[in-house]
Design a protein around this ligand. Structure first.
Ligand SMILES: [Zn+2]
Ligand SMILES: [Zn+2]
Length: 213
């Protein structure tokens, strides 16, 4: 916690693909959205597994963090996963390292529980993506396109470039595409990695677990 944007970038840049299989998980859901375990249960599991860096990323809410004293959890990076549409594409945008009490982000947060857990409600999201990315930055955070290979884009590199133009910082690159929730994958994980490297974006990763770790 309390990293600057640069030190957080550094942290992501220092992690390897292997680290995401062993010591890092930057995409975990809790009961604050549609996950099955509470934030405290997830933290206990993360410690038991020996994770050195992790992040709780609930849909449109920081509620999972509200009872936590961040000084007790130095391995925790704040996170959130917003539902949005951009240029006709439905996407999930992750925000890392943002101040959970940021006034800039408040207008983008869920107004009720359904907006954190019901797909059918979340798909009607009207968040303005350029303004959201700006707000994430204002709150001290980084904006990362979640499970990028699942985006229904025709030319993914072009779409990512358009997002970089409005401030995107990274792509979620290390993600369990093959065994995850039956979500249709539109692009190859390897091509996501290439795009991230070509455009000099940070590469993040996580399990996107909605159960236990
Ligand atoms: Zn997602
Ligand atoms: Zn997720």
């Amino acid at each position: 916690m309390n990293q600057t944007k640069d030190s957080l970038k550094q942290l992501f840049n220092n992690l390897s693909e292997n680290d995401y299989k062993s010591i890092a998980d930057f995409h975990i859901h809790t009961t604050a959205s549609d996950g099955k375990c509470s934030a405290k249960e997830i933290i206990a599991q993360a410690r038991a597994k020996g994770l050195k860096h992790f992040s709780i990323c609930d849909h449109n809410t920081f509620d999972g963090y509200k009872d936590l004293n961040f000084n007790d959890y130095p391995e925790l990076v704040t996170g959130i996963e917003f539902d949005c549409w951009y240029r006709g594409i439905f996407l999930h945008l992750l925000g890392y390292g943002a101040d959970i009490n940021s006034e800039d982000l408040k207008p983008f947060l869920a107004k009720n529980k359904a907006e954190t857990e019901k797909d059918i409600v979340r798909i009607f999201s009207t968040r303005n993506v350029p303004k959201l990315i700006e707000a994430i930055h204002q709150a001290g955070g980084l904006a990362v396109l979640a499970h990028s290979a699942c985006c229904w884009t025709i030319n993914h590199e072009h779409f990512v470039k358009c997002m970089v133009d409005i401030g995107l910082d990274g792509l979620e690159t290390y993600y369990p595409y093959r065994r995850h929730r039956g979500i249709i994958k539109f692009h190859r994980a390897r091509s996501v990695k290439k795009i991230a490297e070509k455009l000099n974006l940070i590469k993040t990763g996580g399990t996107d677990t909605h159960g236990s770790l």
